[in-house]
Design a protein around this ligand. Structure first.
Ligand code: NAP
Length: 495
């Protein structure tokens, strides 16, 4: 039979198969990989083909994972901080050594371009490095009561067993951003990755095991029966903390469940980022910032610039320059060289972007480029620039989650701030201006947990990441990140 594949295509296929086969596919419970009767498929969104099958846990199997975390908690809490730190440091080094393999796994299971996937592995690894450093700096306090006499001793203790739930869009970094501080603080956990992207988490936990993680300290549950499997774990009074990254509706549901046992919560939820460009901005800097804030992860980021608002005198020039940059982006499988516009995560994502674009155009917006799903296999939507997007378009209030730059206009600073804050979300806002006073004044007025001032990406393990309003509660990373996994215990001492 004639072989129709070129030699290099075959080599790539072989490499992709080898990399996928290197990932464990079971549940990880009490230090062992466990197979299940049921399995679920993992797809490559650039082709729609099934890459592999992973374990599909039922509620009993998930309960075993929590049992293991609960059993391991006392010993892990008693482990020397230096020992916890060294496991994280070794895992950091392994992640960096195996960066290419891990990036390819991520690209295959969720579509982001390989260069971005490599960036995410490094970003993910940095959380382990940061929290390795934080593990040995957990502090406490000792003070004299204001009236004298007694003393206050304040000790920090691990919260206890944690439930960690992560989304598909940053499948490795969202894992390390939670596992890192949990381990550093002395907490055990059960982690549940998104069912679309379990492989990055499975590969990550395999690395932790090789770095010396003791049995039961981190357990992994993959499941397609998400609510049935996870609700009992969250309602179990032995679970003392839930840390969730995902959509706001699911976050609200989990907050309700968490309220039943008054467990500690950290919620990193959806965003609707305004991106403000003032007439005094350096337009080169603003366009570069917009490319980063819009196109990171093909627009599928909670931090994505959802509403680009430009002051009227520079709106046309900004739109032209952005259209030129967006129009030059190559679309294709994330494994191909130079591709920036990979596939969206699934067909539902393409349909949602399509609907939002049609709605905006129906209300008067114009598509400068793109504007309709790509006609090819896989879940592709091309880079799109819309101008004249009115404030009542659906995309002004919904997360677009795709490569669509939606540009609107404003006249005054006051109007810009009003438009920016006109959303129930408050994760991040971007401001572009060369006037330092205006930059700080507007940054202070914006209702957001984070502001990018003349910069299109703010994510950094050393900074406190998180939102206000319906974008969440709590902060991940930075000096406060570990506190989310610690309780303060006050011991009053009679002298
Ligand atoms: P999602 O649908 O909320 O899912 C997130 C995670 O929650 C997945 O693991 C999902 O599992 C799980 N889940 C869904 N229903 C659940 C339930 N009833 N009980 C327990 N777990 C449940 O969100 P997504 O579509 O994966 O991610 C995109 C969203 O995440 C966007 O809104 C984005 O803005 C947000 N996000 C926020 C941040 C941040 O730091 N603020 C970062 C990244 C993403 P299944 O996959 O099995 O459904």
């Amino acid at each position: 039979m004639q072989n129709t594949q070129s030699g290099s295509a075959q080599m790539n296929d072989t490499r992709e198969r080898e990399v996928i086969e290197s990932v464990p596919t079971g549940l990880f419970i009490g230090g062992a990989w466990v197979t299940t009767n049921a399995t679920m498929p993992v797809d490559d969104p650039s082709t729609g083909r099934v890459l592999t099958e992973v374990a599909d846990a039922d509620p009993d199997e998930a309960a075993a994972a929590l049992d293991a975390a609960v059993a391991a908690q006392p010993a892990w809490a008693a482990t020397a901080p230096r020992e916890r730190s060294e496991i994280l440091s070794r895992a950091y080094a392994l992640l960096m050594e195996e960066r290419d393999r891990l990036a390819l796994i991520m690209t295959l299971e969720m579509g982001k371009p390989l260069a971005e996937a490599k960036g995410e592995v490094a970003y993910a690894a940095e959380f382990f490095r940061w929290f390795a450093e934080e593990a040995v700096r957990i502090d406490g306090g000792y003070m004299t009561a204001p009236a004298g006499g007694s003393r206050f001793l304040v000790a920090k203790q691990p919260v206890g067993p944690c439930i960690l739930i992560t989304p598909w869009n940053f499948p490795m970094a969202m894992g390390t951003r939670k596992i890192g501080p949990a381990l550093a603080a002395g907490c055990t956990s059960v982690i549940k990755p998104a069912s679309q992207t379990p492989l990055s988490t499975l590969a990550l936990v395999d690395i932790l095991v090789r770095a010396g993680l003791p049995e039961g300290v981190v357990n992994v549950v993959t499941t397609s029966k998400t609510d049935d499997v996870m609700s009992p774990l969250i309602l179990d009074p032995r679970s003392r903390k839930i840390s969730f990254t995902g959509s706001t509706p699911v976050g609200k549901h989990l907050l309700e469940l968490a309220s039943r046992t008054v467990m500690r919560t950290s919620m990193e939820l959806g965003g609707n980022a305004p991106f403000l460009v003032f007439e005094d901005a350096d337009l080169d800097v603003a366009v570069e910032g917009a490319m980063l804030a819009k196109m990171r992860n093909i627009g599928q980021a909670c931090t994505a610039a959802n509403r680009i608002l430009v002051q009227r005198p520079v709106a046309e020039e900004f739109a032209q320059r952005l259209t030129e940059r967006m129009g030059a982006l190559a679309m294709g499988r994330g494994v191909e060289d130079d591709v920036v516009v990979g596939p969206l995560v699934n067909q539902a994502a393409v349909d949602k972007v399509d609907e939002l674009v049609k709605d905006a155009v129906g209300r008067g917006a114009s598509a400068r480029i793109g504007g309709a799903p790509a006609e090819r296999d896989g879940y592709f939507y091309p880079a799109t620039v819309l101008t004249g997007v009115p404030a009542d378009a659906e995309m002004a209030s919904a997360e677009i989650f795709g490569p669509v730059a939606a540009i609107g206009e404003f006249d005054t600073e006051e109007e810009a701030v009003t438009l920016a804050n006109d959303t129930p979300f408050g994760l991040i806002s971007y401001v572009f201006t060369q006037d330092l006073n205006r930059g700080l004044r507007v940054s202070e007025a914006l209702e957001a947990g984070m502001v990018g001032l003349n910069q299109g990406v703010v994510s950094n393990p050393a900074a406190p990441f998180g939102g206000i309003k319906e974008s969440g509660v709590g902060r991940e990373g930075g000096f406060t990140g570990i506190d989310e996994f610690l309780e303060s215990k006050y011991i009053g001492i009679k002298m």
